[in-house]
Write a protein that binds this ligand. Structure first.
Ligand SMILES: Nc1ncnc2c1ncn2[C@@H]1O[C@H](COP(=O)(O)OP(=O)(O)OP(=O)(O)O)[C@@H](O)[C@H]1O
Length: 349
């Protein structure tokens, strides 16, 4: 059964934090909710968890109504697990005790799990790589280990819905990458439905089956990571997710004539969204630009160079700063060098 938000809104006083959200999540789906600070991601998650009541609309978790205009089930009777940015561990409980707690006290813990409590704890500790640390107290754990305990505690009672709010943002870069893999692993092995809030587009693209992009309390676009990345439907999504360059120019049907390009240069834009067309824009991701010293294309001048080891990142000004583009290349060009830009749109995913 699906988890659904139907016409859900949330006001804080006169401020509308969520504006008529409609979202359906399938069982076992991993959905990332992505957007800039203040767009309403956490509010959406808190409504699913039951920490807040919607101002209007209806919420169902796996087919069961948990909030509507008549009722509002509190978090402890929703069949959910939660992981937050702050690990929120209990200082007086060992790692094993953290896992024992939900097994004993969650209303929905399956009888089979309750019956083999010790085995289930061993199994989940192994899943998150903490088999040796069951007796440790939180103050004897590193940040990454604490986050694993928080994750283990959230899944040990087999919730039907796992809610995560920026769970990796307090970890350093390397640990974050490791934990991403662990979360993917857990998702693959448990098939739990996951709603994962983040403002980190790489995290969302890497892990989710579907990404919901939010802006100002609304869903701006929802789709598979490949679709969001390669076919943004609005200027906001193009910039926020793909770090796309929005080249100005003119449209004629599906052909795009980039501004300032050499005569005869047109691009095929049949997959470009209507909103971008109506604004005379064409989204080009940094890796789709090719910089050449001389071939005909869009003439530009190198304005900034950042050496990155594997490649070099460039900012190129087109027509005396009419617009500028960001792109990457293997070759070295020098500051102020006159170059030509071409695009390689590659195969559609
Ligand atoms: N209890 C509250 N009272 C008043 N306004 C609130 C309350 N909770 C959230 N808001 C406002 O609602 C908006 C959405 O907040 P929310 O926490 O959902 O954003 P977010 O996308 O999760 O942001 P961030 O990434 O910074 O955590 C913000 O403008 C916030 O100030």
């Amino acid at each position: 059964m699906n988890t659904e938000m139907i016409q859900v809104s949330k006001r804080f006083g006169r401020f509308e934090a969520l504006k008529t959200i409609d979202l359906t999540i399938e069982p076992g789906e991993f959905v990332a909710v992505l957007g800039p600070s203040g767009c309403g991601k956490t509010t959406l998650l808190r409504l699913l968890a039951g920490f807040e009541a919607p101002s209007s609309g209806r919420i169902l978790i796996h087919g069961v109504t948990v909030s509507d205009e008549n009722e509002m089930l509190p978090p402890e009777v929703r069949n959910i697990g939660m992981v937050f940015q702050s690990f929120a561990l209990w200082p007086h409980m060992s790692v094993r005790e953290h896992l024992r707690f939900p097994i004993r006290y969650h209303k929905y813990t399956p009888a089979a799990v309750r019956k083999r409590e010790a085995e289930r704890i061993d199994e989940v500790l192994a899943l998150v790589g903490l088999s040796e640390l069951g007796q440790r107290m939180p103050n004897q754990l590193s940040g990454g280990q604490k986050q694993r305990v928080a994750l283990a505690r959230a899944i040990v009672a087999r919730p039907s819905l796992l809610l995560m709010d920026e769970p990796l943002s307090s970890l350093d870069a390397e640990l974050r990458l490791n934990m991403r893999q662990e979360i993917q692993n857990i998702h693959r092995l448990t098939q739990t439905t996951i709603v994962y809030v983040t403002h980190d587009q790489a995290e969302a693209l890497a892990m989710a089956d579907r990404i919901v992009i939010m802006k100002d309390g609304r869903i701006e676009q929802a789709g598979r990571p490949e679709t969001i990345y390669s076919r943004p439907s609005t200027e906001f999504v193009a910039r926020f997710v793909g770090k796309a360059n929005l080249v100005k120019g003119k449209w004629d049907g599906d052909r795009f004539f980039p501004g300032c390009a050499a005569p005869g240069i047109t691009w095929n834009g049949e997959t470009v969204a209507a909103e971008l067309r109506s604004q005379g824009l064409f989204p080009v991701r940094p890796e789709q630009f090719l910089i050449t010293p001389d071939r005909p294309g869009i003439p530009g001048r190198i304005k900034n160079v950042q050496y990155q080891g594997k490649e070099v990142h460039y900012t190129v000004a087109v027509m005396d700063d009419y617009y500028e583009v960001h792109c990457a290349a293997l070759r070295r060009y020098t500051l102020d060098q006159e170059v030509s830009l071409q695009i390689d749109l590659g195969p559609e995913p």
